[in-house]
Each structure stands twice: as structure tokens, then as C-alpha cells.
Design a binder for this molecule. Structure first.
Ligand code: PLP
Length: 396
């Protein structure tokens, strides 16, 4: 019998929710999650569990982010009505920015950004949802790959039957099929949602292919390129899509601080696009009323912490190689991905493996979530997490 909490929800069900990743967590009442953590029978985060299901950063947050959050705690009584984070993001990407000083809310001296090319959000989730609302509120069609990250489609579906979604299968080698996605576009299409590298496969599209694709799409259609995992791409010559978002009228690139920057708990993400797109999307975000002072301070500091980012990449790179090597040695077929997780075909129903890993307190994500029942997705952890995962998998 799985352990039953006071709330009547079994620990196993809770863990499956966490294992489903960030999207899975949103279905849980956060108060319930917190009390379950407190009630956990083992020590450590979420009761001693190895969290290898949500693609977070196992090395922890940037120490500079922790210092920055601590330093501003005494100012928590004030609203954070300054554009510090969008300004830092413009500068980080070398995007020219026009500012002026003036009187803002409540008589405050405020810096104003004209024609901002950046929208910030409560995680990139807020930016992705706002994009869905901005472009699909009156109805329309969305094209995305399958499997891929479902945030925009999920938000679109909640708008009712006037929103339809085409999910385009990946190629035989698990790559996003841009040719087929182009063919799926109709006069009703308002958004094409791409995740690059793709979650859950980790596969990467080339910059040239993305640029050529963008050239062929009607500029009235918003192309969203979710680069949540771009920092883990190993090819030092790889060109990300920020340049596309700055040179086209219809490309939104989203980024998150939840992965390589290690501050998922602060909930910060952003999007870069043409000012018209940013204006349209910003009108559906909470804007200055959404972002916490902690989040702003932590994200600004994390953005500048090159060392932490480098360490995140190194730990991930070594861990990913280890997992791929060991999985292959076990006869699995890991997909050659570029993220902080590995999706692997175990060639058998992966359900019992997922359950067995849970019994060893190792959270992963079952491929059944994407209708890939023989697959399992595991986030790269610290070396001891990766070793524990492989050791537990070998027990079956
Ligand atoms: C592809 C992708 N985009 C966005 C997100 C959400 O990130 P955030 O924490 O910034 O809301 C995730 C989270 O797992 C993700 O995998």
C-alpha cells in the first residue's frame, strides 16, 4: 500500500504529479505539496527523493542570485515598479534600448523603456500563455510538433472550441518535421509553436533550417521558439534564434531562468520579439504587478553569473554522457539530445521501470505521458543521482 497522507492523497500519486514535470505540478494544490514535503518521512528535498522528473538544475541556484535576493529582502514592503529585469535582458542580448526618465506610479521616479523588445513573465509559462491569449482569443489554429511542449496548446484549448490544434509527428529519428509543419499551416493559423531543442526528445533544429522556415511563413502568423533548454546545446558555434526574433516581425523567442540558471523556484522567464509583438503579448501578462522583487533581483544576478552557468553546463554535459553511455550499455536506445534530460527507448513497457524507480525514491517521467510507453525521460542529476538511477534500472 502506498503511504497515505492526511489529505487522502497517496505519496505515490503526489510523486507521479511531480514526475510529470512542471506541467504536472500545476494540477496540484501547492499547499498540499508543501505539507506533503513537510510530512515526508525521509530527509532532504521532497522527503529524500531524487528529483529527476522536472528538468531542474541539480547544482542549485547561482550563489550571486541568493545574495541578491537576500540583499533586497528588507525592501519587500515596496512595489518593484522599475524595469530592472527587462533592461538587464536587453543588455545581456546586446539589444539597443531607448529609455527615458519620468514620473511613474505613485509619483516614483521611473525609467521607461520605449518599444521594448522584451517581455518578462512569471516563468516563461506566463509569456507562453499570454502569447496564446493574445493570438488565439478570437479563435484560430495552432500548429505544433508531437510530442513537444504543450503550454501554448493547453492555454489555447482552454479558450474553447474556436481554437484548434494540429500536432505534427516527429520524423523517424525524433526530429521536429518543419516541412510537415509548413504543410499543416492553414489560413486560420495564428501560432506555430516550436520548442528548440525539443522537450521531450532533446533534438535540435539548425539555425539555417529555422531561418528558412521563418522566411516561408506568413508574417501575420506568430512563430514561437521556446528556447528553455538552449543553454545546454554543446556546439559552441550553434546560433540561437534571438537574431531571428530581432530581424522578423513575427518571431517570439522564449527563455527561462528555471533550467540552466537554477532558479525555478523564483519563477522567471522572458520573451524577445518585435516591439509590436511584445506590446500585444504584454497586455495579457500581469506586468509589473506579477513579478516579485525576489524574482527580479535573483534573475538579474543570475543573468550576470557566467561561472554558475558554465558549471551548470559542465555538470549536465558530463552527466548526460554518462547516462547515454550506461543506457546504451543496458541495450536501451537513448535519443541523442541537447537538453538537461535524456529520453530513452527501453524497448519494453517502461511502466514497471517507472514504478520501480519510484520505489527507490527516484522521480522520472514516464513516456506514456507522450504516448511513448516504452520510453522514459530522466533529467540529468548530480553524478550520484545519475549513478543511483542506472543502478536502480539495472535491478529490474
Ligand atoms: C520547453 C519548456 N518551456 C517552458 C517551460 C516552463 O518554464 P518556466 O519555469 O519558465 O515556466 C518548461 C518547463 O519544464 C519547458 O520544458
Amino acid at each position: 500500500m502506498p503511504h497515505q497522507s492526511d489529505h487522502g492523497l497517496s505519496r505515490r500519486h503526489f510523486l507521479q504529479g511531480v514526475g510529470a514535470g512542471v506541467a504536472g505540478l500545476t494540477v496540484l494544490d501547492p499547499r498540499l505539496a508543501v505539507s506533503l514535503m513537510i510530512a515526508g518521512e525521509e530527509a532532504g528535498p521532497v522527503g529524500g527523493v531524487r528529483r529527476m522528473g522536472g528538468n531542474e538544475n541539480p547544482i542549485g541556484p547561482s550563489p550571486k542570485a541568493i545574495d541578491a535576493v537576500s540583499a533586497q529582502l528588507k525592501g519587500l514592503n515596496w512595489y518593484p515598479y522599475q524595469p530592472d529585469l527587462p533592461l538587464a535582458i536587453h543588455r545581456f542580448h546586446n539589444i539597443p534600448v531607448d529609455t527615458s526618465e519620468g514620473t511613474g506610479w505613485a509619483g516614483l521616479n521611473t525609467t521607461f523603456i520605449s518599444d521594448s523588445k522584451v517581455v518578462t513573465g512569471i516563468g516563461s509559462t506566463e509569456v507562453l500563455r499570454a502569447a496564446a491569449w493574445a493570438y488565439l482569443l478570437d479563435g484560430g489554429h495552432l500548429v505544433q510538433a508531437n510530442p513537444s511542449y504543450e503550454e501554448i496548446a493547453g492555454a489555447g484549448n482552454k479558450l474553447g472550441e474556436r481554437v484548434s490544434v494540429s500536432r505534427v509527428s516527429l520524423t523517424g529519428d525524433h526530429r521536429v518535421n518543419l516541412e510537415e509543419m509548413k504543410r499543416a499551416v492553414t489560413p486560420e493559423t495564428r501560432i506555430i509553436s516550436l520548442c528548440n531543442p525539443n522537450n521531450p526528445t532533446g533534438t535540435l533544429l539548425s539555425h539555417a533550417d529555422l531561418a528558412a522556415f521563418a522566411d516561408e511563413i506568413d508574417p501575420r502568423v506568430l512563430i514561437v521558439i521556446d528556447e528553455a533548454y538552449i543553454h545546454f546545446v554543446r556546439d559552441p558555434g550553434y546560433q540561437d534564434a534571438i537574431s531571428l526574433s530581432l530581424s522578423r516581425p513575427n518571431v517570439l523567442v522564449t527563455r527561462t531562468f528555471s533550467k540552466a540558471y537554477g532558479i525555478a523556484g523564483l519563477r522567471v522567464g522572458y520573451g524577445v520579439a518585435h516591439p509590436d509583438v511584445i506590446r500585444k503579448i504584454s497586455s495579457y501578462t500581469l506586468g509589473p504587478l506579477g513579478m516579485h522583487s525576489n524574482s527580479i533581483a535573483g534573475a538579474v544576478a543570475a543573468l550576470a553569473d557566467v561561472e554558475h552557468l558554465q558549471e551548470s553546463r559542465m555538470v549536465n554535459s558530463t552527466g548526460r554522457d554518462f547516462l547515454v553511455r550506461e543506457m546504451s550499455a543496458m541495450g536501451w536506445k537513448p535519443i541523442d539530445g541537447e537538453c538537461n534530460f535524456v529520453l530513452a527507448d527501453t524497448s519494453a513497457d517502461a511502466g514497471p521501470l517507472f514504478e520501480h524507480l519510484l520505489s527507490r525514491n527516484i522521480l522520472t517521467t514516464s513516456g506514456s505521458r507522450w504516448d511513448m510507453p516504452t520510453f522514459i525521460r530522466v533529467s540529468v542529476g548530480l553524478p550520484e543521482d545519475n549513478e543511483a538511477f542506472i543502478a536502480a534500472a539495472k535491478e529490474l
